[in-house]
Design a protein around this ligand. Structure first.
Ligand SMILES: [Zn+2]
Length: 416
């Protein structure tokens, strides 16, 4: 008799995984991987084959797990991929303390289904759904992988199964990146042939209310292009003497957000259009001076497009934004200036790629000085990848203040 096969067994296993509040970067993110190791090492198969169950450390102290079930000399192997981290629970509001207790949370919600969006309330009332952080994304998928692994342990498949459970999927994908060399090593050592990989991630509705169920095949690329807007600061009492970086980034948003030219269709599958994941001005403290710089970053997914093609679309978006920003300035100035008054500031905006900005900086200060400044930023670094990328651009831009206002296109990790 299996331990991870019936609905009750799978529900209990799922809840035991969800009870680890494994938010990316937390201690529980490490603990949940240890828990997986613990529940697998007890199984007869791993008692007999302890070498097939392994924890692999990441550089930062986190770890990923691989669990192979091998059938004799079989080579053909299916890789089961899962991540064990989850996003935060701020969006649970007053239910935060129940977010990791699905049965209790679902019971509480039954007392008050009105707090849920209509569709979710309908699901709740069917009694077929469990609510809690990380159930859908993706501990339910991990639970199903474990039940497949159990079947393999009992000899129900001809080939091999290899489960890979990683941390950090929700932030930088350090877990999956660290899994690649581990997968190559296991393949060589065990003489495996990887035939396919099954990812247990949830499916997503294409639009709110979409009734379809999807199965995704193939893979998709992801980039995170950023637009660094460097304006010209001015005092709030002289609003037409400069160009507000916040105005600039707002037009970038209108040109980029959900823009249809980025949608790509290959074999009947379409990439979702870009959406901004960060947008902010870079002023640290309130003052009556306008923010000099602002940044926005966009999730851009692609299949067959090249980076050159993406760059072209991104630069076109920046060009359209530029025309609108300048038009906005002049249009608004026309209401404010009277009679023969003319402003001797007229915004012009340069559009550059990171490479072009780097070259401009080198032209002004020389390669050695630019490298010295960047190395200094690297040694003093205390920010995440996104903010650090922005700092590199900001630092270069400050060396080329004479060509501001400008919009700089750059890329931040992650990149797949
Ligand atoms: Zn996920």
């Amino acid at each position: 008799m299996g331990q991870w096969q019936t609905k009750e067994q799978l529900t209990d296993l799922l809840c035991s995984l969800v009870e680890y509040p494994s938010i990316t970067g937390s201690n529980a993110e490490i603990a949940v991987i240890e828990y997986l190791y613990y529940i697998l090492e007890d199984r007869n198969y791993y008692q007999d084959h302890p070498e097939h169950l392994n924890l692999h450390p990441l550089d930062d102290g986190r770890q990923l797990l691989t669990a192979l079930v091998k059938q004799g000399e079989a080579k053909d192997t299916i890789v089961l991929i899962a991540h064990a981290d989850v996003v935060g629970v701020e969006d649970y509001g007053s239910w935060q303390n129940l977010a990791f207790y699905p049965k209790e949370l679902t019971q509480e919600l039954h007392k008050n289904p009105g707090v849920l969006p209509k569709d979710a309330a309908k699901d709740l009332l069917t009694g077929d759904w469990l609510f809690g952080r990380g159930i859908m994304d993706m501990k339910a998928g991990l639970t199903l992988h474990l039940s497949l692994l159990e079947k393999a342990m009992e000899g129900e498949f001809d080939g091999n199964l290899l489960l890979v459970a990683v941390p950090d999927e929700e932030v930088n994908s350090e877990g999956m990146l660290a899994a690649l060399p581990a997968l190559a090593e296991i393949k060589d050592k065990e003489n495996l042939s990887y035939k396919t990989a099954i990812n247990g991630e949830p499916m997503f509705s294409k639009y709110p209310g979409d009734p379809a169920n999807y199965l995704y095949t193939g893979s998709i690329g992801k980039t995170l292009p950023g637009f660094f807007c460097y304006g010209k600061e001015t005092h709030a009492g002289e609003p037409f003497a400069g160009l507000n970086a916040n105005l600039m980034v707002s037009y970038i948003a209108q040109e980029m957000e959900l823009n249809e030219t980025f949608i790509e269709q290959v074999d009947g599958e379409r990439t979702p259009p870009p959406i901004s994941l960060m947008q902010r001005d870079l002023k640290h403290h309130y003052s009556v001076q306008t923010p000099q710089s602002a940044v926005a970053m966009y999730n851009v997914l692609y299949m067959k497009q090249t980076i050159e093609q993406l760059n072209e679309k991104l630069l076109l978006a920046a060009q359209r934004a530029r025309a609108k920003i300048i038009n906005h300035y002049h249009h608004q100035a026309s209401f404010y200036l009277e009679g023969t008054q003319t402003s001797n500031f007229s915004p012009e905006i340069r559009i550059l790629t990171y490479e072009q900005l780097y070259k401009e900086a080198v032209d002004r200060y020389g390669t050695r000085e630019v490298e010295r400044r960047q190395n200094r930023l690297i040694t003093q670094r205390d920010e995440g990848d996104r903010d650090f990328s922005t700092s590199l651009v900001q630092n270069l831009a400050s060396l080329c203040k004479d060509i501001s206002p400008m919009i700089v296109l750059f890329y931040s990790p992650p990149f797949y």
